[in-house]
Write a protein of this length. Structure first.
Ligand code: SGN
Ligand code: CA
Length: 532
């Protein structure tokens, strides 16, 4: 693997020496700015441009209203750091080496920000990266260590660590705006990565929003009580059920004493969540959450499994969506700044998430599976004068495509080792140049938290074929048109025998195309076993 990466670096140095641009030319001056906004675990079900059942997100929606809404955007590996590595390198996990959250990112990989920086772009990153090491190719960065904290977060900067008092979503935006306003050269194009921690677990909203959202109730998803009948072992053994695995203390924010008093066994890592609130923040918090705790104490004795699940789901949604309300407000601040400074016309703005998330579908929270809610990710892009406003695009695009897209936007040639496709033809109405028929997926982090088994698969617009491997050998096939909720695995249905044959062949071809193989699957299993 190392060798592949070293060759890629050498290749890219040769390719880009010619593009190095220390003093901005007139040509460079006119290049579009790139603002890449990404949140962490933001389900498309929680963006009103996609679905307004749960929450209104007027600011994020602005991007779709002024640009394009992708309804079929997916990730190649539905987990945080691997998704970020795919975005930065334009290569699948098995090639860039960052297959799970457990290993460090290999910084010998060439990333698109490094290439843009060499081509004369100013580059900055603020918020969550989650690589275990610092990013290369940025003039300035202020990033959260690991998962980061919602309250009074610590930031890693080029000048050392600093703790900033306040709420992480507001602070990440303050840092971003401060850089745009005060620390860049207005005569040069810029590429900004503005990366929210929210709405990641343990879902801690700020005061304004927890006060509002804890009063709300939300509609239940159709598959909240999924029994996983027809599904493989993987869906049945995953540990991400709202009923069984969501912590009453960390996730639902009941007091440890209450849980103990009711005789319920629960794990607690409060130090990572409300343990960071200062005394004033904590008093505000308790004023809202203690009455919920009291109310639960009274109601718990009369609850059955299903009313308990629904109660937990409501608490989950109140806090999860509360954190999104802050993201939306803050995205509005950044969009307003671009408008006010007349930068918007020459800026491409992308809003996405590192993956999707389960909001009770299949009874779950978390992500990792190739099923829709975590495989798909929100994607909204605006680029005035290039994208016709208000368009919905249903082509199958992936996070793998960002690197090449941004390089094309900047007029820089992408290294041939990158494995995605530039989205520029789709953005600029040249759909005939887009011919992707299938996308590839591969998830590795197992054994690990949430116990989702290793799997890879292929999706077309019609079908999805998944192979679970490692300690099982099981297949699933979904008819995506007839069964959008993915509750009927038809792999063994004789009526689908031809589809299984065809999709298996396609999967083989796509594995070959992206240079994935059983040898590599085994290599990564051995690597995991060695580290244990
Ligand atoms: C933490 C969470 C998990 C989550 C992973 C990965 N547990 O470990 O629920 O799946 O992060 O998330 S927590 O109790 O510590 O919150 S990721 O977005 O970084 O991949
Ligand atoms: Ca994530």
């Amino acid at each position: 693997m190392k060798l592949i990466n070293h060759l890629a670096v050498i290749g890219s140095i040769f390719l880009f020496v010619g593009c190095k641009d220390k003093t901005a030319t007139n040509e460079t001056d006119k290049k579009p700015n790139i603002v890449f906004i990404m949140s962490d675990d933001h389900a498309y079900q929680a963006i009103s441009a996609y679905d307004d059942k749960l929450i209104q997100t007027p600011n994020i929606d602005r991007i779709a209203n002024e640009g394009m809404l992708f309804t079929n955007a997916t990730v190649t590996n539905s987990i945080c750091a691997p998704s970020r590595a795919v975005i930065l390198t334009g290569k699948h996990s098995h090639i860039n080496g960052k297959i799970d959250n457990l290993s460090k990112f290999d910084t010998t990989n060439v990333t698109f920000p490094q290439i843009l920086q060499k081509a004369g772009y100013q580059t900055a990153m603020f918020g969550k990266l989650h690589f275990g090491n610092n990013p290369k190719g940025f003039d300035e960065f202020k990033i959260l260590p690991g998962q980061g904290s919602y309250y009074n977060p610590r930031f890693i900067t080029q000048k050392g660590d600093t703790i900033i008092k306040g709420y992480v979503t507001d602070i990440t935006t303050d840092l971003t705006l401060d850089w745009m306003k005060n620390r860049r050269d207005p005569n040069k194009p810029f590429m900004l990565m503005y990366l929210h921690k929210a709405p990641h677990r343990a879902w801690l909203p700020n005061k304004k929003h927890y006060t509002e959202f804890t009063k709300k109730t939300f509609p239940l998803p159709e598959t909240l009580f999924d029994d996983y009948n027809t599904r493989s072992t993987a869906a049945k053994t995953a540990e991400m059920g709202i009923f069984k695995h969501m912590s009453l203390i960390n996730d639902v924010k009941l007091r440890p004493e209450t849980v103990k008093e009711l005789g319920i066994k629960q794990w607690s890592r409060l130090g990572q969540s409300i343990g960071r609130l200062d005394s004033v923040q904590r008093a505000d918090w308790d004023a809202v959450y203690n009455p919920i705790d009291e109310d639960f104490k009274k109601r718990y004795p009369t609850m059955n499994d299903s009313t308990f699940t629904v109660w937990k789901y409501q608490r989950y949604m109140q806090d999860y969506l509360g954190t999104i309300a802050s993201v939306d407000e803050n995205v509005g601040r950044v969009l307003d700044y671009l408008d006010e400074e007349k930068l918007a016309d020459n800026t491409i703005v992308v809003y996405t998430s590192d993956q999707g998330f389960y909001l009770g579908e299949h009874g779950w929270f978390d992500k990792r599976f190739m099923y829709n809610e975590s495989f798909k990710t929100p994607l909204l892009i605006k680029w005035p004068n290039k994208i016709t406003a208000g368009i919905t695009e249903d082509e199958m695009v992936q996070n793998l495509d960002f690197a090449q897209t941004f390089l094309e936007v900047a007029g820089v040639k992408a290294p041939k080792e990158m494995q995605g496709e530039s989205l520029v033809p789709l953005l600029t109405g040249k759909k005939e140049a887009w011919d992707r028929e299938a996308v590839y997926y591969h998830y590795y982090e197992y054994p690990a938290e949430h116990a989702v088994k290793r799997h890879y698969g292929i999706a077309t617009k019609e079908y999805k074929l998944i192979h679970f491997y490692h300690d099982v050998n099981e297949w699933e096939l979904y008819d995506s048109k007839k069964d959008p909720n993915e509750v009927n695995n038809v792999y063994n249905d004789p009526e689908y025998a031809d589809v299984v044959k065809e999709m298996t062949q396609k999967l083989k071809e796509v594995r070959k195309k992206y240079k994935d193989s059983e040898t590599l699957d085994n290599y990564y299993i051995e690597l995991y076993n060695k580290k244990k």
